[in-house]
Design a protein around this ligand. Structure first.
Ligand code: FES
Ligand code: FES
Length: 164
């Protein structure tokens, strides 16, 4: 067993883990944060995407021990006193369909907008190309990211309900 400390959604968690344990299993099974999903186990779908030190990673491709000392953010940590602009965008632009791929898609887009605050449609489509949505054709997801980009730059966008 390996003793690791992971800062997850701002809270330090110290655990003993098997060296072979994947980060996605640490998140879901040891920490009960089930917003991060497992869609393929072959690093194809992106449903397991979380932020590690601010960068998106597919948590089914990372060992839990590699997260030792790192800051991990999951979808549960994103809304701070209200919806994140990306969560608002998915709501307002109907980017959310099944909900299975959405947490990973949103976490990927947090990283995308951090690196490129004003992406073109092509840049958004390229940026989310590692995340599979099997039902929407991506158009509303692209609109949701455009919504969030405008909102994060202070532009006027329709108001969304806040989290109760
Ligand atoms: S479960 Fe990780 S990429 Fe699909
Ligand atoms: S909205 Fe999740 S797979 Fe399409």
């Amino acid at each position: 067993m390996a003793n690791i400390t992971v800062h997850i959604n701002g809270v330090a968690q110290t655990l003993d883990v098997e060296p072979r344990l994947l980060l996605v299993h640490l998140i879901r099974e040891n920490l009960s944060l089930t917003g991060t999903h497992i869609g393929c186990d072959t690093s194809s779908c992106g449903a397991c995407t979380v932020l590690m030190d601010g960068r998106s990673v597919k948590s089914c491709t990372v060992y839990a021990v590699q997260a030792n000392g790192k800051e991990i953010m999951t979808i549960e940590g994103l809304a701070q006193g209200g919806l994140h602009p990306l969560q608002e965008g998915f709501k307002e632009e109907h980017g959310l369909q099944c909900g299975f791929c959405t947490p990973g898609m949103i976490m990927r887009c947090v990283d995308l907008l951090e690196r490129n605050p004003n992406p073109t449609e092509d840049e958004i489509r390229w940026g989310i190309s590692g995340n599979l949505c099997r039902c929407t054709g991506y158009n509303n997801i692209v609109k949701a990211v455009e919504y969030a980009a405008k909102k994060m730059q202070g532009a006027e966008v329709p108001a969304a309900e806040t989290v109760a």
